[in-house]
Ligand binder design. Structure first.
Ligand code: HEM
Length: 391
């Protein structure tokens, strides 16, 4: 019997899928694999199946016996089952009903002028520097951090502390560090909620307090979850989007000539870089058939949205980065009942950044070769560790 493929698959280059993943995806849509912790799991790679299963109520994030469940890594939040098996659907519906009104598309559109000002400030700072500069440190991280701080009412000057905690919480290799990061973050959230109760502001935490639907612990938990979800992912997307454009200079120039192309280009920047080899974890809540394979209740299923985004049936010539492609049906924000609450915000941040950035730095280019770039493999969100650019 041949050994099962084990995550993480070796990726020869940042901009190419792992050959092992390609070979699996070419053979079919569901594959028996082992996770990085050596646990058995199913990896689903086809676009149609991933999309359908993301919306399938027979799959969940919780497990009836969490201690025995297969895991993807050591992170407390993302490495294994999450939440109560009995009340998962009701809990998620409650979480979404508390958060969604604050992140609705209309509200987010109203925020666009402010995001414009914050992005312009960072780009002014970049223009004043002598090149080269690290774009991750100068723009990709600070913009989403500034935006989510303002929105939630989290002091920006606390960023070094809470970033250290969110990064620790997302550590996929060290469970103690992940637990401690989460505890520190929650403690900080409790302290913020107490302050907002005394001195309310025009921000989401104060509004959650005023609404009177949740107690301090729940508000602290929700707001720290959003603080985490709201900046690391967007920072990764700005960094990878920039890299895709800088390695495709003709497309950079096309966007410069026609800023109207930016929204479509942002969708392609969200689709193209994530090559797959992991994905969104779920546990089967019942025995089910996936493409002729029987999956048992309790099994871990990884819905590989990166691989799905490179399925040639859904996106012809999927490895080509093409900013004019209709890419908005990508699964980067998930799909179905758990679709990303922050997608409208992330889209506004990305559209704002790239509209300004390309215009202000028409001759920007990479200051190192792509081979010298590295990604952060110890945290779940990944992303470039640095992106030196010159102009
Ligand atoms: C480019 C940036 C982003 C990406 C790629 C991203 C990706 C995702 C994905 C794939 C999911 C679904 C997870 C699942 O199905 O289990 C999700 C859920 C979520 N995202 Fe995002 N996200 C981004 C930005 C944001 C922002 C800015 C916020 C802040 C408001 C946010 C808040 C959330 C929340 C609260 C959920 C949980 C929804 C639920 O479980 O029902 N995300 N995100």
């Amino acid at each position: 019997m041949t050994a099962l493929a084990q995550l993480p698959f070796e990726q020869p280059s940042l901009l190419q899928a792992a050959p092992q993943l390609r070979a699996l995806a070419a053979r079919g849509t569901i594959h028996q694999i082992r996770t990085a912790t050596g646990d058995p799991a199913w990896l689903v790679t086809g676009y149609e199946e991933v999309r359908r299963l993301l919306a399938d109520p027979r799959l969940g994030r919780s497990h009836p016996d969490p201690g025995s469940a297969a895991r993807t890594g050591e992170s407390v939040l993302f490495g294994g089952p999450l939440g109560s098996y009995e009340t998962e659907d009701a809990d998620r519906a409650r979480m979404r009903s508390l958060l969604q009104p604050h992140f609705a598309p209309g509200r987010m559109r109203a925020l666009r002028p402010r995001v414009d000002v914050l992005a312009a400030g960072l780009l002014d700072g970049l223009a004043r520097r002598d090149p080269p500069a690290d774009l991750i440190e100068a723009l990709a991280v600070p913009l989403p951090v500034l935006v989510i701080c303002e929105l939630l009412g989290v002091p920006y000057e606390d960023r070094d502390r809470f970033r250290a905690w969110t990064r620790a919480a997302a550590d996929v290799r060290n469970r103690n560090r992940s637990e401690q990061g989460l505890a520190d973050l929650f403690h900080y959230g409790r302290h913020l909620v107490a302050r907002k109760r005394e001195h309310p502001g025009n921000d989401v935490i104060s509004r959650l307090c005023a609404a009177g639907r949740a107690d301090d612990d729940e508000i602290a938990m929700l707001s720290m979850f959003v603080l985490f979800a709201g900046h690391e992912t967007t920072a990764v997307a700005i960094g990878m989007g920039t890299l895709m454009l800088l390695t495709n200079p003709r497309q950079w120039q096309a966007l410069r000539r026609d800023p109207g192309l930016v929204p479509a280009a942002v969708e392609e920047m969200l689709r193209a870089p994530g090559q797959g080899g992991g994905g969104i974890p779920r546990y089967a809540r019942a025995d089910l058939e996936i493409s002729g394979v029987t999956v048992r209740a309790g099994d871990l299923i990884l819905l590989d949205n990166g691989a799905a985004n490179h399925d040639a049936d859904a996106f012809p010539d999927p490895d080509r980065f093409d900013t004019t492609r209709q890419a908005a049906s990508h699964l980067t924000f998930g799909h179905g009942a758990r679709y990303c609450i922050g997608a409208p915000l992330a889209r506004i941040e990305l559209q704002t950044v790239f509209s300004q950035f390309i215009h202000r730095f028409p001759d920007m280019r990479l200051a190192v070769s792509v081979g010298e770039l590295t990604v952060n493999t110890s945290v779940l969100t990944g992303g470039l560790t640095w992106l030196p650019v010159t102009w």
